[in-house]
Design a binder for this molecule. Structure first.
Ligand code: C2O
Ligand code: CU
Ligand code: CU
Length: 551
């Protein structure tokens, strides 16, 4: 269904709203100001980039790559909607070498190329920044040295190059890449910079080739001239994060994917800035999850729905072979309660309501239900496979191996004086506190807590609460405990069946009141990596810190 902006008569909202409709309509009729995206973002430049490692501007001749590509970040105009072209940012690709690997564009999409590489391969990416502002590429989920990981301190300016060279030593799985410059990651990703980095496996019993498909889910706002609308440059709009009013799948707003009557492996990435999805099939069948951030699960898990927070990936098995030609199955995001509370007079404040009375352009609140994509069966009958009962076992990191098992480090994510913080701190380019220093070749337990209750000004600060997708750079970890005892029951009830905690992760959803313990090992590389909230506006506001792996 299309909702109409009553003032202008223009079709404004393209999401199909399943619930919360009346609330949302109220916001609409009160008028929403549309702000054009400013290509030159006006936040002050921290100017603290220093110490580009010697040699990173140029290729290292001793490094012999299997894959050698040039990725230029450029401004581009592409046909997204009918009518005016849309100004976007894109990674344009030039393949110099790709032995036993593929690097391909998603045709007609603003999204970056899809890498399909293998474990052990050596990758070189010559990144050329042709954007108006500094940028840097982060390889989300990969276990690579700090100077190759895309820390904001290694951002390069317009006209400059940075050469990434690393060996793929992750498990086969679905990883991705995106910009990571300090304070402007949100707008750069929003404008189109993101791509998938798939490490292929040899699981021939799984769908391959045309049956192995990336599904990158994002939300956007387009103005009447088909231009992307970002947040206004003020703190209040960042507090919530960007919530679009229109879903785009693989950079395509059609939201239709033709499929043959076959079995598919979908690699789903939530590439949105701030929107969380509660994924389900409209035919009522279970979502069959075979993989998470760090690759295949020990065995498939059947879920009535799956929560997917920004930055997270899941791999889904779906069999369309019983469908009739032209029939549809919808991938939907079901309604849920995300636990957001903005204090200030109590109650929930949804999208579009922030800004001290000044209306911001924004889509429906997190937790609103809508359709994401329609899978329509073609007449073609393709490959049909049967679901394996198990994959490779994942041995769990024994808690007893952790050097701090008795008293895990705690990381509290909360709001303090209108600022999202971690243990009361915000990002400083090279700042590492004592509680952020770890030793190489040790195992630790870290506990993440959404909220600051029971400490100091806890009650006051916790009046403002939001979900935070927590992400660590440079490694994959295991979730050892998800404690929901201090969550609101009304929130938990709507999400409780949607978590998969049996695989390798680099990102997980931390809802208000939730406490999550993870087990992690610091191996192979010393140096500084970031960890942060993957609500990109929270990250840009400083809900990010460094941890340092010491010799
Ligand atoms: Cu995809 Cu630092 O994040
Ligand atoms: Cu990352
Ligand atoms: Cu956050």
């Amino acid at each position: 269904m299309l909702l109409k902006d009553t003032a202008s008569g223009q079709v404004y909202i393209k999401l199909v709203i399943i619930m919360d409709r009346s609330d949302f309509m109220k916001k609409l009729s009160s008028g929403i100001a549309v702000t054009a995206f400013l290509p030159v973002f006006t936040f002050c430049n921290s100017n603290s980039r220093t110490s580009i490692p010697e040699g990173s501007y140029n290729v290292n001749n001793a490094f012999n790559p299997d894959v050698d590509v040039e990725l230029s970040a450029i401004r581009n105009n592409i046909q997204v909607l009918s009518g005016d072209k849309t100004g976007v940012y894109s990674y344009t690709l030039k393949v110099l070498k790709a032995d036993n690997a593929t690097v391909e564009n998603l045709p007609g999409s603003w999204l970056g190329p899809v890498f399909r590489v293998k474990q052990g391969q050596k990758i070189r990416v010559r990144f050329k920044n042709q954007l108006p502002r500094e940028s840097v590429i982060h390889w989300h989920g990969l276990h690579i040295p700090p100077e190759m990981d895309g820390h904001p301190m290694y951002a390069v300016d317009n006209g400059e190059q940075y050469v990434y060279e690393f060996e793929v030593n992750n498990r086969p799985g679905t990883y991705w890449f995106h910009p990571h410059p300090d304070k402007i990651t949100g707008p750069q990703v929003y404008q189109g910079l993101a791509g998938m980095f798939i490490v292929e496996d040899n699981e021939n019993h799984l769908p391959t080739g045309e049956y192995d498909i990336p599904i990158i889910i994002q939300d956007r706002i387009f103005d009447g001239n088909n231009q992307l609308v970002y947040l206004q440059n003020n703190q209040m709009s960042q507090v919530q994060g960007l919530l679009g009013d229109r879903i785009v799948v693989n950079g395509n707003p059609d939201n239709k994917l033709p499929v043959s009557k076959s079995t598919y492996r979908f690699r789903m990435l939530n590439g949105s800035n701030a929107r969380i999805y509660k994924l389900a099939w409209s035919d009522g069948s279970d979502v069959i999850v075979i993989g998470t951030d760090g690759g295949l699960l020990p065995q498939p898990e059947r879920k009535s729905y799956v929560m997917l927070a920004p930055g997270e990936r899941i791999e889904i098995w779906k069999d369309f072979s019983a469908m009739n030609t032209d029939d549809n199955v919808l991938l939907q995001s079901l309604p849920f309660n995300d636990g957001t509370s903005m204090g200030m007079g109590g109650g929930m404040m949804g999208g579009g309501m922030m800004g001290g009375g000044m209306m911001q352009a924004a889509g429906p609140a997190n937790g609103t239900g809508f359709d994401i994509c329609a899978f329509t069966a073609t007449s073609e009958r393709g490959e049909r496979k049967s679901l394996p009962s198990a994959f490779q076992n994942i041995s769990s990191i024994p808690e007893s191996e952790a050097v701090n098992a008795a008293s895990p480090r705690q990381f509290r994510f909360y709001n303090q004086h209108m600022q999202w913080v971690i243990n009361g701190e915000t990002f400083g380019m090279k700042e590492v506190a004592d509680w952020e220093k770890v030793r190489l070749n040790t195992t630790e337990i870290w506990e993440f807590i959404n909220g600051d209750s029971g400490r100091g000004m806890g009650m006051m600060q916790d009046m403002m609460q939001m979900p935070h997708p927590v992400h660590l750079h440079g490694l994959q970890f295991q979730i050892v405990e998800r404690d929901v005892s201090e969550m609101q029951q009304a929130v938990w009830e709507t999400v409780k069946d949607g978590f998969i905690d049996n695989g390798w992760q680099d990102t997980f959803l931390l809802l208000p009141g939730m406490k999550v313990k993870i087990a992690l090992k610091f191996e192979d590389y010393t140096g500084i990596y970031v960890y942060h909230c993957h609500n990109l506006e929270h990250e840009d506001m400083g809900m990010m810190r460094n941890f340092e792996v010491l010799e």
